[in-house]
Ligand binder design. Structure first.
Ligand code: GRF
Length: 205
């Protein structure tokens, strides 16, 4: 069984789905640890409740990224737990070289929009304001661009006339919980190849 780690800054509903899917056997991985840059993250509480190692790592002086020495500490913690795949789930910092180099091709993220539309923050409101009729979520590999790495899985949901950002976010979240597990299983299985920007499933029959 391969080891995954979840990095989360906040409430952790994606983490919760991952925990439950590991426990019920639909996610074929060992959740080695949950790491947060926020001491008070509900995600840490959720992990502890399920006897999963929950680690707060001081994020250092910057708000949206980690200075190299601090990021190196994240790398060390992940390596100490023999992590094969790093899963970002509402981790509110942009990753830089130390992590991207140490875990090249082994970091994935979930984003609540159909990339490449609406990268960044508050994207449910952006989708609504733009007037799109469908939005959704995307699991993608993380590279040195913001929300720009190769797409692994997406799911679409309709945008309804009486939607608010909150209602749309809720509809998208339900799909997030489902496709994150699907994407993690695929990446851990190794049964894919990356052709340009395309992540293509391979068959071992
Ligand atoms: C999710 O919408 C995820 O797509 C985005 O941040 C949010 C995290 O929610 N990256 P939660 O903490 O998993 O509930």
């Amino acid at each position: 069984m391969k080891n995954i780690a979840v990095l989360a800054s906040g409430r952790g509903t994606n983490l919760q789905a991952i925990i439950e899917n590991v426990e019920n056997g639909t996610l074929h991985a060992n959740l080695a640890c949950v790491i947060s840059d926020n001491e008070n993250a509900k995600a840490l509480e959720r992990a502890r409740k399920h006897n999963i190692k929950a680690i707060y790592l001081d994020p250092g002086p910057k708000k949206t990224w980690l200075i190299p020495e601090v990021e190196q500490n994240y790398v060390k913690t992940l390596q100490d737990h023999n992590v094969d795949l790093v899963c970002l789930a509402g981790f509110m910092r942009i990753l830089k070289k130390p992590l991207l180099d140490a875990f090249a091709g082994r970091i994935i993220n979930i984003h609540p929009a159909l990339l490449p539309s609406f990268p960044g923050l508050n994207v449910q409101k952006k989708a609504l304001d733009w007037g799109v009729k469908f939005s959704g979520c995307t699991v993608h590999f993380v590279d040195d661009t913001v929300d720009g790495g190769p797409i692994i899985v997406q799911a679409a949901v309709p945008v309804l006339d009486d939607d608010t950002p909150e209602k749309l976010a809720e509809r998208i979240l339900k799909e997030e919980w489902r496709i994150y597990t699907e994407a993690i299983n695929l990446v851990l299985s190794g049964k894919y190849k990356i052709d340009g920007r395309r992540v293509i499933k391979t068959d071992d029959r």
